[in-house]
Design a binder for this molecule. Structure first.
Ligand SMILES: Nc1ncnc2c1ncn2[C@@H]1O[C@H](COP(=O)(O)OP(=O)(O)OP(=O)(O)O)[C@@H](O)[C@H]1O
Length: 260
């Protein structure tokens, strides 16, 4: 079991067999004096899909970056039970001179491993995200949604146990965004990775997550954690379920209360 660099001794106790990411009384104070996060206690269980919503600047990205080991907490600790992690950002960050296939192969190329296995995994990931037939194209010929699919495929080649997603669909138009939510949900249901997903969209959070964490305005604290009691796999028609609307209202109220 790997513990992130940021780990203090207390982490080992929080990381039980069921916990993939453990935040223990995390405080993040930047050198500028900004206190981004204050007293975050959160366990992300294996197989969970946790969505994090909160006002702009409340520290959502910082939380995710700490899970990835890209930031250290000022106080408290963050522990990750695996080093098998995929990170997806809002921008797909593709290399423009490489084809879809070559972009997807990139993350595996940076790691170790057999070239043939790497290529097979990339081909499988391209199929998994529905990009068969586009593998030899360059990013400039793809739509925004397709670029995001490439980014997902690139992360999938590593068969990550944990997927960290920072507003991956924020730059997409509404229709594409809904399609990508269905796509991500399908991948999550099939592959079973643990997910931590930052979004500004309450509706997106309810569709995808089995737990939604609502944060307060900065310094970010956890205002509420709401369990979304819909079975998996979920269908797009779920959005018309009255219970769905109730969850959206409940979370929006918590969010609204947290910004006052
Ligand atoms: N490297 C840094 N140095 C100084 N301050 C930072 C740094 N990174 C983030 N911050 C500050 O910390 C706070 C939280 O930022 P963060 O990006 O985590 O918020 P967020 O909730 O993800 O915001 P948004 O929803 O707008 O993307 C903000 O006030 C931001 O300005």
């Amino acid at each position: 079991m790997k513990l992130a660099d940021t780990t203090l001794d207390v982490d080992a106790r929080r990381l039980t067999r069921d916990v993939a990411i453990a935040f223990s009384t995390v405080v993040k104070r930047f050198d500028t004096g900004t206190i981004a996060l204050d007293g975050i206690d959160l366990d992300v269980h294996r197989g969970d899909f946790v969505a994090v919503v909160g006002p702009s600047g409340c520290g959502k990205s910082t939380l995710l970056r700490m899970a990835a080991g890209l930031e250290r907490p000022t106080e408290g600790s963050v522990a990750l039970a695996t080093d098998s992690v995929g990170f997806i950002f809002q921008e797909p960050t593709l290399l423009p001179w490489r084809t879809v296939r070559a972009n997807v192969e990139l993350s595996a190329e940076l790691g170790r491993g057999d070239a043939a296995v790497r290529k097979a995994r990339a081909a499988e990931a391209i199929t998994a995200v529905g990009l068969d037939g586009f593998a030899d194209q360059l990013p400039r010929s793809l739509s925004g949604g397709m670029k995001m699919r490439v980014s997902l495929a690139r992360a999938l080649t590593l068969a990550p146990e944990v997927m960290l997603l920072d507003e991956p669909f924020g730059a997409l138009d509404e229709m594409t965004r809904l399609d990508m939510q269905v796509e991500l949900h399908r991948l999550y249901s099939n592959k079973g990775f643990t997910s931590m997903f930052v979004t500004h969209s309450v509706s997106e959070a309810v569709y995808l997550a089995n737990r939604v964490v609502v944060m307060t305005a900065r310094p970010g604290r956890i205002a509420s954690v709401i369990d979304i009691d819909f079975p998996h796999p979920r269908s797009p028609g779920l959005r018309f379920d009255p219970k769905y609307t109730e969850y959206v209202a409940q979370i929006s109220n918590s969010l609204h209360g947290s910004t006052r």
